[in-house]
Design a protein around this ligand. Structure first.
Ligand code: ATP
Length: 242
């Protein structure tokens, strides 16, 4: 069987001719955590937006190559079709309904996703802190709690592929570690397949099986997380060990 997600020789442009991703290929094996690491502006978010289809809302599109999910072409498909096929994208910056309570956020997504109260309960078992904050307005949650809520909401869709965009953004190291421990646990216990975009290479490589380094819209290096951790350039430029 081939990979769950296969991005093949993809070029991505924003209107009118802003070329951001240049001939990029990557794949995500079923059951793996795969990370895409690279500096700010390298194109990580653009790639995830193209896979999920939401890039069309920013007048961007795949102009060459193809994106396949389980061997089926999803290139430039509608975002709701891609989500229905099981690709769920947790955007950078935690898109939650800030005026609603934690519970209302979960219930409204459960409704849209066809998930039950039991599903909410089982998702919440991974997020004990959220359980204590069910009645709180989401806007009053801490950054880490909001990130947990965004992930919990995504899980209610029972994703085949969960794409997380910079889950550590703006969070203190201790909170980042908690989020990462939760992601790892979800992967282990639910067999979730995850594609993770991160500037925080150290954290991402700690939990990933395989990784890609993206710079300026191109993959410059790929390998097992172990290989990347031991790579001299990765250590110097991304792990601050130069
Ligand atoms: P970050 O860590 O900031 O999210 P990133 O690696 O995810 O960085 P992108 O956000 O994908 O990078 O941005 C890649 C490039 O695409 C940048 O040069 C950015 O200016 C450009 N870009 C992003 N969104 C748009 C848009 N809607 N229209 C035009 N150019 C864009």
């Amino acid at each position: 069987m081939g990979p769950l997600l296969n991005v093949s020789n993809v070029e991505i442009m924003y209107h009118p001719f802003i070329l951001v991703i240049k001939n990029l290929s990557l794949s995500v094996e079923k059951g793996s955590i795969t990370c895409l690491i690279g500096p700010n502006g390298a194109g990580k978010t653009t790639l995830l937006k193209a896979v999920s289809g939401v890039i069309k809302y920013e007048r961007g599109r795949v102009t060459r190559g193809s994106i396949q999910l389980e061997g089926e072409d999803i290139t430039n498909r509608e975002p709701d079709e891609i989500a229905r096929r099981g690709v769920i994208y947790v955007m950078e910056g935690r898109r939650i309904f800030k005026e609603l309570t934690t519970e209302e956020n979960l219930v409204s997504v459960a409704y849209a996703a066809g998930a039950s109260r039991d599903d909410i309960r089982s998702v919440l078992s991974y997020f004990p802190r959220l359980k204590e904050r069910l009645g709180e307005k989401a806007g009053n949650l801490s950054g880490g709690e909001q990130q947990m809520l965004a992930i919990a909401m995504a899980l209610l869709y029972r994703p085949k592929l969960l794409m997380l965009d910079e889950p550590s953004l703006g969070l203190a190291p201790k909170i980042t570690s908690q989020i990462y421990a939760t992601i790892k646990m979800l992967h282990r216990e639910e067999g979730l397949t995850i594609l993770l975009a991160e500037q925080n290479a150290r954290k991402a490589l700690e939990i990933s099986d395989y990784g890609y380094v993206i710079e300026n819209g191109r993959i410059v290096l790929e390998g097992s997380a172990e290989e990347l951790r031991l790579d001299k350039d990765v250590a110097e430029f991304y792990l601050g060990m130069g």
